[in-house]
Write a protein that binds this ligand. Structure first.
Ligand code: ADP
Length: 397
């Protein structure tokens, strides 16, 4: 079966067509600037060069039309429309309602709408993507795969904040966690690589990309994760603060005379390693270069980022009563041996011993610890699209 995977944002839409048997990507691409001037679709059919079409895309319906046209056109198309057996949608927030992927029906759409105030930027865009696909491909089954679902196994003591309990009861304010598809995929893959039963393992997954989060996976179940009600909490990220004292928000608002929207923009877009490096960059390639060239801001940003990761690893080792494997994934985790080394240098307390030669690996599965290391250190590239395609196939075959 050919599965179309859709990741719909407010002005962008990423897609991949995946063959469920071979698990090969048949075509992947991106619609950019939906509803904005200068929109375009960029896609790469398997074995061909990248194709870019600049064309007006007033809304997501048009974007989906263009995706289907790209997949099926005579010249570069890779399938006929009736070959697309199912569509898997990445949904950011499933609240407490969704603990696993589900086939989409009216009730599911309503439930996703109901939790939209927990992810006001993401869930409405995800819903638009679902509705546009339903319109363009009537009768094709669709599946919702939630970023939050894997974390729903967290115990109450991990997901509650120290707030008045009524806020949880009234509004569902609690830790939900994100990147769940990635944490689930990587922890399972790590167990496979190690040839061990995931039910006997304590794994810490460090998903270090532009957005970054850590999770503690004990016996195959997530027991804690660093992102919270929203993806702002936890690690220092590309441009997001991660954990700060909540009082800082009011303090900055008063000092700089900022509105709620403006301070939110500061916390989400002007902070993280970008802000710490005095706006040198949010990209770890630039920061690594700066660090090696003696740029103080770059050093400050990367060292502070790494320290926060080490702290979470320490906390989650305590939470699980030990750790067998630590996995690095996503853009930075998979590609930056430099940043991995700075983190791992802080892990002597659990007997982590880095194999520096193995640590030169980029974007490939690799064990990067020495044989005598007390904890196995691993690079495990994530593949959220494949995980979505697998769930979709499992529910629709
Ligand atoms: P997201 O999906 O959250 O946008 P990714 O997981 O794609 O992020 O990670 C993107 C980040 O990965 C980039 O901003 C960059 O910092 C980092 N990155 C990618 N390649 C490299 C590399 N070769 N060396 C260091 N960092 C890299």
């Amino acid at each position: 079966m050919k599965i179309l995977v859709i990741n719909c944002g407010s002005s962008s839409l990423k897609f991949q067509l995946i063959d469920s048997e071979s698990e090969q990507v048949i075509c992947k691409g991106l619609c950019e600037r939906i509803g904005i001037d200068g929109s375009r679709i960029v896609y790469t059919p398997e074995g061909k060069d990248k194709i870019t079409v600049e064309t007006p895309m007033p809304d997501h319906n048009k974007a989906i039309e263009l995706v289907i046209e790209a997949l099926t056109n005579k010249e570069n198309g890779v399938v006929s429309l009736d070959e697309i057996g199912a569509v898997g949608h990445r949904i950011v927030h499933g609240g407490e309602k969704f603990t696993k992927s589900v086939v989409i029906d009216d009730e599911v759409i309503k439930a996703i709408e109901d939790v939209s105030d927990l992810a006001p930027l993401h869930n409405p865009a995800n819903l638009i993507g679902i509705k546009a696909c339903q319109k363009a491909m009537p009768g094709v089954p669709m599946v919702a795969v939630f970023d939050t679902a894997f974390h729903q196994t967290m115990p109450e003591n991990a997901y509650l904040y120290g707030l008045h309990y009524s806020y949880y009861e009234k509004y569902g304010i609690r830790r939900y966690g994100f990147h769940g598809t990635s944490h689930s995929y990587v922890s399972k893959r790590a167990a496979e690589i190690l040839g061990k039963d995931i039910n006997d393992l304590k794994i810490i997954v460090c998903h270090l990309g532009n957005g970054a989060s850590v999770s503690a996976v004990k016996n195959g179940k997530c027991i804690d994760t660093s992102m919270g009600l929203t993806p702002l909490e936890g690690l220092i990220m590309g441009t997001r603060t991660g954990d700060i004292d909540p009082s800082v928000v009011e303090f900055i608002m008063k000092k700089e005379n900022l509105s709620v929207a403006e301070v939110n923009n500061v916390l989400n877009k002007k902070s993280g390693v970008f802000g710490l490096s005095n706006e040198l960059s949010s990209d770890f390639r630039d920061l690594e270069e700066g660090y090696l060239n003696g740029n103080e801001g770059a050093k400050r940003a990367v060292d502070t980022f790494a320290y926060r990761v080490v702290k979470y690893i320490g906390a989650y080792t305590a939470a699980m009563g030990g750790v067998d494997a630590i996995c690095f994934t996503a853009g930075v985790g998979e590609n930056s041996g430099f940043t991995r080394k700075i983190i791992i240098d802080g892990l002597g307390f659990i007997g982590a011993s880095l194999n520096e030669e193995a640590n030169t690996v980029r974007g490939k599965e690799e064990i990067i610890s020495n044989p005598d290391s007390k904890v196995t250190l691993m690079v495990v590239p994530t593949n959220e699209e494949l995980a979505i395609a697998r769930d979709t196939y499992a529910l629709c075959k």
